[in-house]
Design a protein around this ligand. Sequence first.
Ligand SMILES: NC(=O)c1ccc[n+]([C@@H]2O[C@H](COP(=O)([O-])OP(=O)(O)OC[C@H]3O[C@@H](n4cnc5c(N)ncnc54)[C@H](O)[C@@H]3O)[C@@H](O)[C@H]2O)c1
Length: 250
Amino acid sequence: MKFEDIKTVGCLGGGIMGGGIAQIHAIAGYNVVVRDISDDAIAATRHALFDGKWGIKRAVERGKLGFDEAVEAMARVSFSTDLAALRDCDIVIEAIPEKLELKQEVFKELDSVVKPGAIFASNTSGFCIEEVGRDVSESRKPLFVGMHYSNPVPTMKMLEVISTQQTSEDTTDAARRLGEATGKAVSMVKDTPGTYGFLLNRIFGAAYREARLIADQGIATKEDIDKAMITGRNWPSAFFGSRGGIGKEW
Ligand SMILES: NC(=O)c1ccc[n+]([C@@H]2O[C@H](COP(=O)([O-])OP(=O)(O)OC[C@H]3O[C@@H](n4cnc5c(N)ncnc54)[C@H](O)[C@@H]3O)[C@@H](O)[C@H]2O)c1
């Protein structure tokens, strides 16, 4: 699958990340199919995507998106609880809960449903991408890649594209260019078995361990550590007040 041939993007899992991923692709002009496992989960994602704090309607109110563009983007998104709804997608980006066995199981099932040639991408926060795609067919492995977004996806520009040893150049190129087409600043990262986290979360993790050590040894209070990072490095949040935007409270 080449970047130019991508027309329809599947989101496997709505939720905080999947909803944001769906939104940015719809705004960029792609048809989007969101698959979640329950009607309640779909209703929550639909609400966040259209009416939520970072949703399409707020983007219009904040002058980030024209009214007509917003209406067109909303019309490009469909929702389903049926995995088969993803059958004709050109790329499926997975954002289901961070459980390795669950991701492996769902990708295996997806492999038998989605057309050959479609790219599979995982938004895992840190599992080795090769491990996440362990159970897909050999023919899908060159099409398997990591695409790690930051929360909230509509506003945070970062995207890590993670390539395994088996990811083809076409797949890596398509993931990078798709990221750029949605306005992301893309960092390319090599998949590294035996570690958790790619670039962003490994560096954040190292800084967090140091911050904990400083707090635990009584060298500075948690409040003063946060204060120093926010005012001295312009971080929007630090370690202890808010762990970097995980969840909806960001
Ligand atoms: N929240 C963050 O800040 C953040 C940032 C980067 C990456 N991530 C990663 O993104 C992934 C999703 O995280 P989240 O915070 O959006 O979780 P979330 O709980 O908000 O969303 C997960 C969604 O997946 C759905 N789901 C569960 N099983 C499914 C299945 N088999 N098929 C389809 N949908 C299914 C759930 O119903 C839910 O709507 C995780 O791997 C997480 O580590 C999260």
